[in-house]
Design a protein around this ligand. Structure first.
Ligand SMILES: Nc1ncnc2c1ncn2[C@@H]1O[C@H](COP(=O)(O)OP(=O)(O)OP(=O)(O)O)[C@@H](O)[C@H]1O
Ligand SMILES: [Mg+2]
Length: 356
């Protein structure tokens, strides 16, 4: 589609967390370093929280892509409201263990046998739980119990917990005290700085062979940053919209007027701000034993409000992405001259679409 119009090898702003596009902003680099540090320690929990769409899953995938399977057996679990009973089963499945009809005792025994069997092979087990904010406290407790498996003083399982800001709130509750004491380090991935937003956009464009087409006016970048608050997924959505708009208009230049128009369009669909002052602007970490970490004085009392606001923005962005997909398919059909084009959903302005 607009890929061939601009001579790209792929869509530079696709929304799936493809690690080959990984960009090291200060925050992403630090979060990555925390995970590496955790891997080196080989025990306990590393907790990475971050705003919705900040790049947590991309980060983890980038790390997993660099892990040597000869020394670490990594399993990934995406948590969707897992309770304690489901958790053990899900962990066993993610390590490829048979679970058919197994009760809790068998699951635990199977996991322990598996983890122990790695020791003579000089391998370690790493469990990555993404979307960990969805875990119930009982499921967290099961995870903590798993971290107790050891031979001598050597832990058999290490876990990374990755999740949205609610995970941070969950970890601070009284019932998490024991698990907190097993956290080796935690880090909160915030949005990117203005200069990083520009570098991020150019990095993704260059990754697909961008050589200045479309040209991008310098003022575009601050406008992009302001509108998206430096959150990668929002930047991708807005940039996708910009490229699509330029392609549909047959133009090879992106100026600030186009950004404003795209923002207005998206705001119209979102019904509110695209970016948002709700997003704290700093990355922050806690190393050592966060069980001892007191609640930070003066920290914004986002508590119950921020997750709701962000969840509603995320849901709306998802709706827009789905709409955009429909438009892309329709445009593709129109370009190919597919006869069934009228049967598909909304395609205003089809007559001025250039051929790719
Ligand atoms: N460091 C990065 N380098 C390149 N692309 C990134 C980076 N961070 C995020 N992205 C892009 O931003 C989008 C959102 O990233 P991702 O899905 O990793 O965010 P997330 O924090 O896991 O979101 P959620 O809170 O919904 O789980 C993806 O398209 C991803 O490719
Ligand atoms: Mg994610």
């Amino acid at each position: 589609m607009f890929e061939s119009f601009f001579g790209f090898s792929a869509n530079p702003f696709q929304l799936n967390p493809d690690p080959s596009f990984f960009f090291e902003s200060k925050g992403h680099r630090k979060a990555y370093a925390f995970l590496q540090y955790g891997l080196f320690q080989g025990e306990g929990f590393i907790v990475i929280t971050g705003e919705i769409g900040a790049g947590k899953t991309t980060l983890v995938r980038a790390l997993l892509g660099h892990i040597d399977p000869k020394s670490v057996v990594a399993a990934q679990l995406v948590s969707t409201q897992l309770d304690a009973d489901d958790l053990l089963r899900a962990v066993a499945i993610s390590f490829g263990l048979p679970v058919k009809d197994a009760g809790k005792a068998e699951l635990l025994a199977g996991l322990e046998a598996f983890l122990t069997s790695l020791v003579p092979q000089r391998r370690r087990a790493l469990l990555v739980v993404d979307e960990a904010q969805n875990l119930t406290s009982r499921a967290m407790e099961e995870l903590r119990m798993l971290s107790n498996f050891q031979i001598g003083d050597r832990a058999l399982l290490q876990s990374f917990l990755i999740g949205q800001p609610e995970l941070r709130d969950l970890m601070r509750t009284a019932s998490m005290q024991q698990l907190r004491q097993r956290i080796i380090a935690s880090y909160h991935l915030g949005p990117m700085e203005p200069d990083e937003t520009r570098a991020y956009v150019e990095h993704r464009l260059k990754h697909v062979g961008w050589k200045g087409d479309p040209s991008i006016d310098a003022q575009v970048y601050p406008a992009l940053h302001e509108a998206t608050a430096g959150i990668p997924r929002r930047i991708n959505s807005l940039c996708n919209r910009l490229l699509l708009g330029a392609y549909l208009a047959g133009e090879h230049r992106i100026d600030v007027a186009k950004v404003e128009a795209a923002i207005a369009e998206l705001r119209d669909e979102l019904g509110e701000e695209l970016g948002g002052a709700q997003v704290p602007s700093q990355n922050g970490e806690t190393a050592g034993v966060p069980g001892n970490r007191p609640p930070v004085e003066g920290e914004p009392a986002w508590g119950s409000v921020r997750p709701l606001v962000l969840a509603s923005i995320a849901a709306r962005i998802d709706r827009i992405e789905r709409k955009l997909d429909t438009v892309l398919v329709a445009v593709q059909d129109a370009v190919r001259g597919a006869p069934a084009v009228q049967d598909r959903a909304p395609r205003s302005g089809a007559s001025r679409r250039p051929r790719a």
